[in-house]
Write a protein that binds this ligand. Structure first.
Ligand SMILES: NC(=O)c1ccc[n+]([C@@H]2O[C@H](COP(=O)([O-])OP(=O)(O)OC[C@H]3O[C@@H](n4cnc5c(N)ncnc54)[C@H](OP(=O)(O)O)[C@@H]3O)[C@@H](O)[C@H]2O)c1
Length: 254
């Protein structure tokens, strides 16, 4: 029986690499996009011709976490089951104004937007996924986190504290969902070369600093995160729950 992954933000960066990893390993994928429907549909076509499974793209705005309910109803119509859920999407641009910036310029609206999109959306998405996973005897839930809650990162107070909250939610959810056969973990990335990072005003500086700090002398790539996400959904990870895995090329200890 083929399994199904639901993932937010599957069109670019880390999410795109995760979609590819699961499709390559014979998992059907329901992924979301926010603005770029054409890109999403092209990905569906590409995956279908490469791997021959079932892949569908759905519009989702994580600033409206309640819309996860409708999204999962749509997914129910297209897929037989849900086995894995990955909360990956992240907001950027206008919605993070006042949330992404120096401490003294932080504003409630931007901070709350980041919290809503990062923490609340993860919780609502995981609740909807859990209802489906219970029907198939269990599953695996993952949220993306970031080492920006461990290492000082300029402008990152808003995202950093929300990612710390995500890691706490993971521990609580793991406790409460374990008896349903559902494992819940976080994967915390160091700086990974994606559009989100390229929007940092000091991107070039971050990049050269990462290359300098990492014992592996390079930036992280989306594929570096995708592998561990897949591993965490397999039976090889059957006793791993409530944890945060740091994938940082050794930069956090530098
Ligand atoms: N890059 C890093 O250095 C890094 C490090 C550690 C952790 N992470 C985490 O990894 C995850 C993915 O980051 P990334 O760097 O891959 O991001 P990215 O390249 O900017 O991709 C963001 C994805 O989220 C979607 N998205 C944007 N706004 C959205 C909204 N309002 N509602 C729903 N979806 C939305 C985008 O869809 P559209 O294409 O349709 O806009 C896109 O698929 C995030 O949770 C991030 O915090 C990233």
């Amino acid at each position: 029986m083929r399994k199904t992954l639901v993932i937010s933000g599957g069109t670019r960066g880390i999410g795109r690499a995760i979609v590819e990893e699961f499709a390559k390993n014979g998992v059907d994928v329901a992924f979301t996009y926010n603005s770029n429907s054409e890109l999403a549909e092209n990905i569906v076509k590409e995956l279908t011709s490469k791997y021959g499974g079932k892949y569908r793209a759905y519009k989702l705005d994580i600033l409206q976490p309640e819309s996860y309910k409708e999204l999962f109803k749509e997914i129910d119509r297209d897929f037989q089951r849900v086995d894995f859920f990955i909360s990956n999407a992240i907001i950027s641009g206008r919605s993070v104004v006042g949330g992404f910036g120096p401490f003294m310029r932080l504003k409630p609206k931007g901070l709350l937007n980041i919290y809503t999109a990062t923490v609340v959306a993860f919780i609502v998405g995981a609740q909807e996924a859990t209802k489906r996973m219970e029907k198939v005897g269990g599953g695996s839930i993952i949220s993306l986190s970031s080492t920006g809650n461990l290492v000082y990162t300029p402008n990152y107070t808003g995202h950093g504290n929300s990612k710390a909250a995500v890691e706490t939610v993971v521990k609580y959810a793991a406790h409460e969902l374990g008896d349903k056969g559902i494992r819940v973990n976080a994967v915390s990335g160091g700086p990974i070369d994606t559009d989100a990072l390229r929007k940092f005003p000091n991107y070039e500086e971050v990049k050269s600093e990462v290359v300098k700090r990492s014992p592996l002398s390079r930036m992280g790539l989306p594929e570096d995160i995708a592998g561990i996400c897949y591993f965490l959904t397999t039976d090889k990870a059957s006793w791993i729950t409530g944890q945060t895995f740091i994938v940082d090329g050794g930069t956090t200890f530098a």
